[in-house]
Design a protein around this ligand. Structure first.
Ligand code: 13P
Length: 259
């Protein structure tokens, strides 16, 4: 349930999916977001692959749906073959970038220190960093979920984080793409711990920071999994590839705000 006074964010992470023809999905989202009035209650963001950012920015046109990226290199430019600088993302119209997604941590060995540096780079370019944290199945079963998440936050979120430049996404690794979700009690416990941690470190900025839940969020479970306190929206993978599923989740969040 979005914290009172915090404007929720419903973000889609397309991962390594999408070709130019996928702009159909962005067009459908723009149309429906306007028709259904969800943008009055919340922000929507789509993070397509880097190849589509420029096109997606043009496709949303005048609809205030934000477009973001899925990762960035910390540096502004240089000899880093295959990497994309935050300034390049900003240059083509991105306003957010996801940092520290568990797939980047697993596939590319990105550490908390890397995620921290990427987030600083994002801020330098004027992007908002969506910093991802989340425990593995083994860590949860060992009763270490809260400690792991709080530890990742300490290492991954740079000093100087504000409610404007940073969003935190809690994505339990074992819930991503599996159809499994934590219980609402477990989500409530972790989100309370995240709020406490960012409020202790960043004061009023931490109190106002958006905390998203991600991991198998679908239209059918969104109202329930996003209902705990300190859940200010969602980071959606698979369901964000369908305009109607993504809109279903946004509508559920609007329902939680209106309730
Ligand atoms: P799914 O919604 O497909 O589980 O993915 C979640 C995710 O990793 C979003 O970043």
């Amino acid at each position: 349930m979005p914290t009172s006074g915090i404007r929720p964010l419903v973000a889609g992470n397309w991962k390594m999916n999408g070709l130019r023809r996928s702009m159909d999905t962005i067009e459908a989202l723009s149309t429906r977001a306007n028709e259904e009035g969800v943008l009055e209650a919340l922000d929507m963001l789509v993070c397509p692959p880097a190849t589509l950012i420029s096109l997606a920015v043009k496709t949303v046109d005048t609809t205030p749906i934000h477009i973001g990226a899925q990762s960035c290199h910390p540096a502004e430019s240089g000899a880093h073959t295959g990497d994309v600088a935050p300034e390049m993302l900003r240059d083509v119209g991105a306003s957010y970038v996801i940092t520290g997604h568990s797939e980047r941590r697993a596939d590319h060995g990105e550490t908390d220190a890397d995620v921290n540096a990427q987030s600083v780079g994002a801020w330098r370019a004027g992007l908002c960093a969506i910093v991802c944290v989340g425990e593995t199945r083994e860590e949860r079963e060992a009763g270490r979920a809260v400690d792991v998440v709080v530890g990742q936050l300490a290492g991954s979120v740079p000093d100087g984080a504000t409610a404007e430049n940073t969003v935190i996404a809690y994505e339990p690794v074992w819930a991503i793409g599996t159809g499994l979700t934590p219980t609402v009690e477990d989500i409530a416990q972790i989100h309370a711990a995240i709020r406490q941690s960012v409020a202790d470190r960043f004061g009023a900025e931490g109190e106002a920071m958006r905390l998203l839940y991600g991991g198998s969020v679908k239209p059918g479970n969104a109202a329930e999994v996003l209902s705990p306190a300190h859940v200010d929206g969602a980071l959606v993978g698979g369901a964000s590839l369908s305009a109607s599923d993504f809109m279903g989740i946004a509508t559920a969040v609007k329902g939680l705000v209106d309730a």
